[in-house]
Design a binder for this molecule. Structure first.
Ligand code: IVH
Length: 697
């Protein structure tokens, strides 16, 4: 045994190809801008694992392998590209883009006629050679001049048909990737095969594409971004393709039955001005978190063939195109520990403690792990290198372990045998484990939540006071608060006459809150404040909510077929609590809402309201007449005025209310051309709805 740390034996060609891809990506990031996702040790271990596999399987060596030039060229039987597959130069922001465009126009001596703007697909470049309309050969990019023949993958790639609509001879270029759904399936298959998962969709696509001997088949996806006739081809089609603008080439490609991004929300567009280019960059960036496939930037190209020809090529990349890079949403870091917490609904949730890593503008230390099944499914171990994903406002999540980086020192994650909060048993019959005591396990947390400002808003009821009442047996849930007597309260330590009277008044006031807040106070799993408002407005009364089955609940916008049954089950569980609230005389109706009529789908109300069907985002500190409103109260106000409150700015945002110290949301809204108003302007617009917004009847 040497002193070197042990390395993982790569299980098969797929694992080997995935490892190569991870190493190549890491090295590329390291040399480009120092943002490699692997530290030196991990990179070293990965490369030695690759080396070991290559020594055992010389026939499988990939030309892109980082282990040196030894095998490249010789062992792999490389296929020369008819036209080199070039790289793209990068810019990292608006200013750099303007500088680059100015450079192109200087070279042309005139403005660029039109720009094409499309997503930069985060997969592997491929050249698909069609002969007389039949898919003949698939070649990877390799070193740009020659690549590997991966024709064995033909037939497993969605979007790349065996036959084109016309019997043409042409080379299509595009990106091979895995969609989110394909990635999930691939991980499940790999899990069943050798108990491991892929690290991320890109390396999974690489591993899958390059494997000849396939113990299992995983589906891939192709998106085309170009079409090239053979340089020697003098046919009419070849001549036409060489002359068409890029945008029209892509229309032709799609017409041949090949997938392009045309049908996706990030479809390529032609922009006449650089301002429009910028705007589209903003739109694509904004929608990125919702895409079912990975993009790592936006590609901006001169659209006209003549402009491209005049701008020409550098040695590495064309001068007529540029990649506008977006920040990475995924990094590799270490899983240091797993913490288990019982939430206020009794759900026992694991949380990953990570070695801090910078991701999409913030440092990530914790990430969600969902549930026990999720941990097992991914085969996670303590000490694993893991891929961590974060996009936009989404809570960071651990995607998968990078099995090739294991050292042998990893330890199994300890799964709790009893509730980490109260020590009672765990109900493990559902995917989401719960303490058998349910909500009572963390009664204090449920009550603190229920009396909070955005729910019942009972002033003067701090945590220590709630604890005191629980300990004294005066309350077991928040409904019991409404039955407290003056004598009971006075009997508590440190409780004087004035505070008792104030508290009783506050509790009395809480009975009059609108249904949306009473419902929110219940803390129904799968619903937050804004969903509670939607439910309350939709059904108008608690009776109507309780009478609804899963199908009826699904009529509420945003409550899909997965959440609806959970809400129904929760309401059954919460029935005694709700009954107690009714008995106490708590308000059970939503002001201004009418219950849906029998058989009617959704009630369309409020078309004449000032914010009718507008998506509105609030950011920064509110001032003027809105100064006292919490974010939730602002959202209530927006919805009362007919709008939809949202927390993130996207292409769909109609209005941004920007207060003092508005930061990135304001910047994003500016890029997207979203209308921005001050709190004072907004108050003037929706003033009529203001008084009602605090929830006081
Ligand atoms: S055009 C000669 N368009 O990015 C110009 N490339 O970093 C060729 N890529 O090798 C590239 N999406 O694999 C182009 N819409 C797109 C792209 C795209 C992804 C890849 C491509 C290229 C790499 C350069």
């Amino acid at each position: 045994m040497s002193d070197a740390p042990p390395l993982t034996v790569l299980a098969d060609d797929t694992a080997y190809a995935e490892a190569v891809q991870l190493a190549v990506d890491s090295a590329a990031a390291y040399y480009a801008d120092g943002t490699s996702t692997l530290d030196d040790d991990a990179y070293d271990r990965l490369v030695r694992g690759i080396q070991a596999y290559e020594e055992e399987h010389p026939e499988s060596v990939l030309s892109s392998s980082p282990t040196g030039k030894v095998a490249a060229g010789a062992a792999v039987g490389d296929v020369a590209h008819t036209v080199p597959m070039l790289s793209l130069d990068n810019v990292f922001g608006a200013e750099q883009l303007v500088d680059w465009a100015a450079g192109v126009e200087r070279r042309l001596g005139r403005p660029v006629t039109a720009w094409s703007v499309e997503p930069k697909l985060d997969g592997l470049a491929i050249s698909a050679r069609y002969q007389h309309g039949r898919l003949a050969q698939l070649i990877t990019r390799g070193d740009g001049n020659a690549g590997e023949d991966v024709s064995h993958a033909i037939g497993t790639i969605v979007g790349l048909p065996d036959r084109l609509a016309d019997p043409v001879t042409v080379e299509l270029r595009g990106e091979i990737m895995m969609t989110a759904a394909q990635f999930e399936q691939a991980c499940a298959k790999r899990q069943a095969h050798d108990g491991t998962t892929f690290a991320n969709p890109r390396s999974a696509a690489a591993g899958t594409l390059r494997t000849r001997e396939r113990p299992y088949v995983c589906e891939l996806t192709f998106f085309g971004y170009g079409a090239l006739p053979n340089p020697d081809d003098t046919s009419e089609l070849a001549r036409r393709l060489r002359q068409l603008p890029h945008s029209e080439v892509m229309t032709w490609v799609a017409g041949q039955g090949v997938q392009t991004t045309a049908a996706t929300p990030v479809a390529g567009i032609v922009a006449e001005t650089l301002d429009r280019v910028q705007e589209r960059v903003g739109e694509i960036a904004a929608i990125r978190p919702e895409l079912p496939f990975g993009i790592d930037g936006i590609v901006i190209k001169c659209d006209l063939a003549a402009d491209q020809a005049e701008a020409g090529f550098g040695s590495r990349a064309p001068r007529w195109a540029i990649a506008y890079k977006l920040p990475a949403t995924e990094k590799i870091t270490k899983l240091l520990a797993v913490e288990w917490n019982t939430g206020r609904t009794g759900v026992i949730a694991p949380r990953a403690v990570l070695e801090p890593v910078e991701l999409d503008g913030s440092v990530v230390t914790y990430a969600t792990l969902h549930n026990v099944a999720d941990i097992t499914r991914r085969g996670l171990m303590l000490g694993d290198s893991v891929t961590v994903y974060k996009a936009g406002d989404v809570i960071p999540r651990v995607e998968a372990p990078v099995v090739h980086l294991r050292t042998g020192d990893e330890r199994p994650i300890e799964i709790p045998k009893v509730c980490p909060s109260c020590g009672d048993a765990i109900d493990a019959t559902q995917e989401r484990w719960r303490c058998v005591r349910g909500r009572t396990c963390r009664a204090i947390a449920s009550i603190i939540y229920a009396v909070g400002r955005d729910q019942l808003d009972i002033e003067g009821l701090a945590e220590n006071r709630i604890k005191q009442m629980l300990d004294a047996g005066l309350i077991a849930d928040f409904a019991d608060l409404f039955f407290l007597t003056r004598e009971q309260l006075l009997g508590l330590e440190r409780m004087g006459e004035t505070s008792t009277d104030n508290l009783l008044t506050a509790i009395e006031q809480a009975k009059t809150r609108p249904l949306s807040r009473i419902f929110a106070a219940l803390g129904v799993r799968g619903t937050g404040r804004s969903m509670s408002r939607r439910i309350a407005r939709h059904f108008a009364t608690m009776d109507a909510i309780r009478a609804a089955d899963a199908e009826a609940i699904q009529q509420v916008e945003g409550l899909g077929s997965e959440k609806a049954p959970v809400v129904v089950a929760e309401l059954i569980e919460l029935a005694p609590l709700v009954d107690k609230l009714v008995q106490a005389g708590v308000n059970m109706t939503e002001p201004g809402a009418t219950p849906p009529a029998e058989g009617q789908e959704t009630v369309q109300v409020g078309a004449e309201l000032p914010l009718a069907s507008m998506s509105v985002v609030v950011t920064g500190a509110m001032t003027g007449p809105l100064a006292a409103l919490s974010r939730n109260e602002m959202n209530e106000l927006i919805e009362r005025a007919g709008g939809k409150a949202s927390s993130s700015v996207s292409a769909r945002t109609a209005l941004l209310v920007a207060g003092e110290k508005a930061g990135s949301k304001r910047a994003k809204a500016e890029t997207l051309g979203v209308r921005i108003v001050s709190p004072e302007e907004f108050a003037a617009q929706v003033g009529a709805f203001l008084q009602q917004s605090t929830g006081d009847a």
